[in-house]
Design a protein around this ligand. Structure first.
Ligand code: DC
Length: 220
């Protein structure tokens, strides 16, 4: 199953919940891009420098571990960076590193291997279009930019790291533009994706709709 869409549309919480319900392994591919971004930040490489970025890739070893409840933990060269990759700084850097074809190729193989070895529900930006174009179900989850910034604002407050709403909204719009306009694997719904707009739906309604869409198309 492929779930794509812009940041803050609720992909990760919904995909994780749907995975639990349908017994599918949830794979958060944004976390993989974030892990690469954290490494580049630590090495002081600007996400826009293509050659320097490509040179770093062989130094990066990424692994995923699953804690009870389907929680995906990210290991960067053996270090658990699950919480460190959730900062706004890493969000912006992830959007920049994700524009590089070298990075996308490097991560493509890893994502496909996950899908070959497990029944997955994978969320990202290009899962239905590039990573798993043969996926049985493709859902493009979206919501208005204000609704998405508001959700992120609430999430950061809950985590104890509040941020200014206006700044979050501006960053949401900028990241949307970067993700939708990049030359390689831009954010767009696959031709055969079901588009689900969650602006007016709460969590339970969205989850129910996702499960319906999956059940209509598979025997799950
Ligand atoms: O979903 P997220 O916010 O954790 O993703 C972080 C960044 O990674 C986002 O700006 C776009 C990029 N990304 C991508 O290009 N392709 C994916 N499959 C997943 C994420």
């Amino acid at each position: 199953m492929a779930i794509d869409g812009p940041s803050g549309a609720g992909k990760s919480t919904l995909a994780r919940a749907a995975g639990k319900k349908l017994n599918l392994l949830y794979v958060d591919t944004g976390a993989i891009y974030r892990t690469v971004a954290l490494y580049t930040l630590r090495r002081g490489v600007e996400g826009k420098e293509a050659a320097a970025m490509a040179a770093l890739l062989p130094e990066i070893h990424i692994a995923m571990q699953y804690a009870p409840g389907g929680l995906q933990r990210m290991l960067l060269n053996g270090e658990d960076v699950t919480d460190l990759i959730r900062t706004q700084e890493v969000s912006m850097a992830a959007s920049a590193v994700a524009t590089h074809p070298e990075v996308r190729d490097f991560l493509l193989k890893m994502q496909r291997e996950m899908a070959e070895n497990h029944s997955v529900i994978m969320d990202g930006r290009d899962i239905g279009t590039v990573v798993l174009p043969w996926a049985a179900v493709k859902i493009f989850l979206t919501a208005g930019s204000e609704a998405r910034a508001r959700r992120r604002w609430l999430e950061l407050q809950r985590r104890g790291t509040p941020q200014d709403f206006t700044q979050l909204l501006q960053e949401t719009i900028r990241r949307d533009e970067d993700d939708a306009n990049r030359a390689i694997a831009p954010l767009r719904p696959a031709a055969d994706a079901v588009v689900l707009d969650t602006t007016e739906l709460n969590f339970e309604e969205s989850l129910q709709r996702i499960i319906e869409i999956i059940r209509e198309r598979t025997g799950l």
